[in-house]
Design a protein around this ligand. Structure first.
Ligand SMILES: *Cc1c(COP(=O)(O)O)cnc(C)c1O
Length: 491
């Protein structure tokens, strides 16, 4: 280390001096002392690193260290997992937590979480009850299946099915259906983790029933159909139908499992929405088991649902793995509440938020967009906000490659690029995740609800004010109060 760096390091304030500083003593009244200390240490470390790497060449000012420590303190005091505003228009956005829950499901979680519940306790007999009894009957009834089972997610459902029913044996899957979903779920890997042997059938673009027929041997345990959730093989393509697979399986004494991924309960085409395979149809066609996610189109909490023939569901339920894959009481509370919304199609489309968003008429989105644009314009008159039409996707592996018509508020920031503004919006107190298209930040009204407006407007306002503050700094650095950024007049 050279003398210069040595000298600069000696100008770093001591922890004792920092803790004695009046500003820091004020923090200690509001937040735990340990948090103050770790924030100060982190700030000191940043200055030490900057000196050693030659990025800092002047003596350290204690006020600067306190400034950095305050940022650290703010960051560390905030929860890491936070509510964000989804302005992308993608209703089932995996990165943003997929399906939002209904008010009733949230209420059920709060009620169940705040005290004790009859999770595994039969209130009529006073004896031990079954955890899944709260939801399985309704789930089976709703899908037309004999029995139902719920596990942690659909990946767990697939894993359980393959492990229990096909360990050490072969599973036939079309080459056109060997999917990867979101990077971590790859069918061949789940298959080998479950101890089943993947037997690829047909080609990427064409697989016929005869291909399955030719591949079936005495080592084969089951035929698996996987819904291609996030892609489509188009053009010269063909897949065997589920009816062909179930009759082939029956003739050969094999099981037929349908992994629907998203899985619709309501026939969405009847309501003018793009088609998505219905769980009930797969059961009716004769699939032995159908599995799907709880937090995709179903619109409930994260879980994996398995419905089908009772003898097979019972085998899965009795397996020791169930203990490792079981869902908790909060999931069950939200799931039971969501199942109630499926009293009929109309009720489901109104009450399940994901379905209501997908089903929202364009006129309603346009009304809301006009309202939002108007309020944004009032809050930031120096900027321009325009209402326009656009397209988006359902997400969550539902209705892939189908573009949804939607309505957005477009903002082309006057002071920065759209991507720069979008980055700043993600740093807001309630972060806003927006879509960028044609150099504009787009707020998609399919996923931005009226209840989000105040926070979204505050985020935009904050970004606009901050930018104005920076401009002031550039023009006249020495004049004006040091905290001009927060004291700008309300525009
Ligand atoms: C999404 C999906 C899965 C994984 O479901 P998770 O609930 O995310 O575990 C499995 N298979 C298909 C076809 C899917 O679309």
């Amino acid at each position: 280390m050279n003398d210069r760096a040595d000298h600069l390091l000696s100008t770093l304030p001591s922890m004792t001096a920092l803790l004695a500083h009046p500003e820091v003593r004020q923090w200690s009244e509001a937040v735990p002392g340990a948090l103050v200390k770790t924030s100060l240490s982190a700030a000191l470390q940043q200055f030490r690193d900057a000196i050693l790497q030659g990025r800092l060449t002047s003596p350290v000012d204690i006020e600067d260290v306190i400034g950095v420590a305050e940022e650290e303190l703010t960051r560390r005091s905030m929860p890491s997992l936070r509510r964000v505003i989804n302005a992308t228009g993608i209703v089932l956005h995996t990165g943003l937590g997929r399906a939002p829950l209904s008010a009733e499901a949230i209420e059920a979680i709060a009620e169940t979480a705040s005290g004790y519940c009859n999770l595994e306790f039969d209130l009529s007999t006073g004896h031990r009850g079954r955890r899944l009894s709260h939801v399985t009957e309704r789930l089976a009834e709703l899908t037309g299946a004999e029995a139902a089972l719920v596990v942690n997610n659909n990946a767990a459902a697939t894993y359980l099915i393959l492990h229990v029913l096909a360990e050490g044996r072969e599973v036939l899957v079309s080459r056109g259906q060997l999917v990867e979903i979101g990077g971590s779920f790859r069918l061949p890997q789940i298959m080998s983790a479950g101890g089943a042997i993947l037997r690829e059938v047909g080609t990427t673009n064409r697989t016929r029933a005869a291909d399955y027929e030719a591949a079936a041997t005495e080592r084969t345990a089951l035929v698996l159909r996987v819904h291609p959730s996030n892609y489509r093989v188009v053009g010269f393509s063909e897949e065997a139908t589920l009816a062909e697979l179930t009759s082939l399986a029956r003739a050969r004494g094999l099981l037929c499992v349908d992994d629907l991924g998203s899985g619709a309960i309501v026939d969405l085409t009847a309501h003018g929405l793009p088609p998505e395979p219905c769980v009930r149809d797969s059961i009716r066609t004769g699939a032995d088991l159908v599995c799907f996610s709880g937090d995709k189109l179903f619109g409930g909490p994260q879980c994996g649902m398995i419905v089908g023939k009772r003898v097979i569901v019972d085998r899965l339920a009795a397996h020791p793995l169930m203990r490792a894959l079981r869902v908790d009481k909060l999931t069950l509370a939200a799931l039971e509440a969501t199942l109630r919304h499926y009293a009929d199609d109309g009720e489901a489309l109104r009450s399940v938020p994901a379905l209501a968003m997908l089903n929202a008429p364009l006129a309603e989105l346009a009304d809301r967009a006009n309202d939002l644009a108007h309020r944004l314009q009032e809050a930031a008159p120096s900027e321009r906000f325009l209402v326009g039409s656009d397209t988006t996707y359902a997400g969550g592996g539902a209705m892939p490659v189908v573009e949804f018509e939607t309505v957005v508020v477009r903002w082309i920031p006057s002071f920065a690029t759209a991507s720069d503004a979008a980055t700043r919006l993600r740093g807001a107190e309630v972060p806003v995740v927006a879509r960028i298209r044609d150099d504009a930040v787009c707020f998609d009204l399919r996923t931005v609800r009226a209840a989000d407006f105040d926070d979204l407007i505050a985020a935009v306002e904050g970004v606009v004010y901050d930018a104005a503050g920076e401009e002031d700094d550039d023009i006249d650095e020495d004049d004006g109060p040091p905290d001009a950024r927060v004291r700008l007049p309300v525009l």
